[in-house]
Design a protein around this ligand. Sequence first.
Ligand SMILES: Nc1ncnc2c1ncn2[C@@H]1O[C@H](COP(=O)(O)OP(=O)(O)OP(=O)(O)O)[C@@H](O)[C@H]1O
Ligand SMILES: [Mg+2]
Length: 339
Amino acid sequence: MEKAIEVKNLTKIYKGGIVAVNNISFYVNKGEIFGFLGPNGAGKSTTIKVLIGLLRPTRGELFLNGVDIVKHPEQIKRDTGYAAQETAIDDRLTCLENIYLQGRFYHLSREEIEKRSEEVLKMFDLFDRKNNLALTFSGGMLKRLDIAEALIHRPKVLFLDEPTLGLDVQTRQTIWEYIRNLRRRNQMTIFLTTHYMEEADALCDRVAVIDEGKIKAIDSPENLKQQIGGDIITVNFSEVSNGKIQKVLGEVRQIPQVKKVNLGRDKIYQIVVSQRGDKIIPEIFSISQRNGININSIRLKRPSLEDVYLHFTGRTIQEKEESRESLIKTRIMKRKLRR
Ligand SMILES: Nc1ncnc2c1ncn2[C@@H]1O[C@H](COP(=O)(O)OP(=O)(O)OP(=O)(O)O)[C@@H](O)[C@H]1O
Ligand SMILES: [Mg+2]
């Protein structure tokens, strides 16, 4: 697999000594949707800013499609698109005027900007609103416009810093769909940051769990859930003698992947397995059959990404996020006050 991004031992220490990113290494494959999942102050935005050449790393080696990011800032600017955590839309301008400004930033000609803005605005269903002031746009539309802008120069790799921050659940799901389309239709590589578990789970091929400047785990959401183990199979046997059930459970305990069998309420048994439970279910069925016991129902619960986060960082993401809502509010305030 070809790599779009390669990071080796990246450290970023801000003036004043704050270690925002602490010796991290990872790669992103071409065409991948890759996510940084972490709470406030984990170092997500800092990593993006270093990768697009906006900040200089303190230490480490960084490559984008094999090109040294520190040594070739101009090429990195051409090859990357970036939608910042705080949208960079001027709401006194129209949708098209905003796009035009962005195009000029990349030294595109007027004709080029016209052609490409039609393309990206249609992609994000904003073409009909192109002459409206951004002031009249909803939060979701502003985010879409912001991402559309980041695509005006047809970058190879797109960086989205919290693409759905502060949006409601439905609007977030719409944005996920736009992001998936970008990858499907344009074979784009997408690096995004999020503190939403469901977002990382639904959207990302691979996820890095980042906390206090360090990568705690990195893999596909599915594998991360498997790594912590603990799929839970809940079985409800049909009414039979306890002796028979004990014999079945004895045999179930012999399956190497079975870690524990618990008695739940009302003679319902919980079987905790170390690997994917769906591979164990057929075995449970055949053991029951062999012993002449029917199964009324069987359910499988996968650990969620929430469980993964807890496992690798020792706390839930909310515990670090308490001040987040108020933080977002201050940011919105700041934006308004600037005008
Ligand atoms: N310009 C700066 N100067 C000094 N310290 C900074 C600067 N920018 C960020 N930091 C610090 O670096 C750390 C990482 O910040 P960063 O913005 O990368 O986190 P983040 O994961 O994006 O958080 P959030 O979820 O709040 O966006 C924090 O402790 C932050 O206070
Ligand atoms: Mg951030």
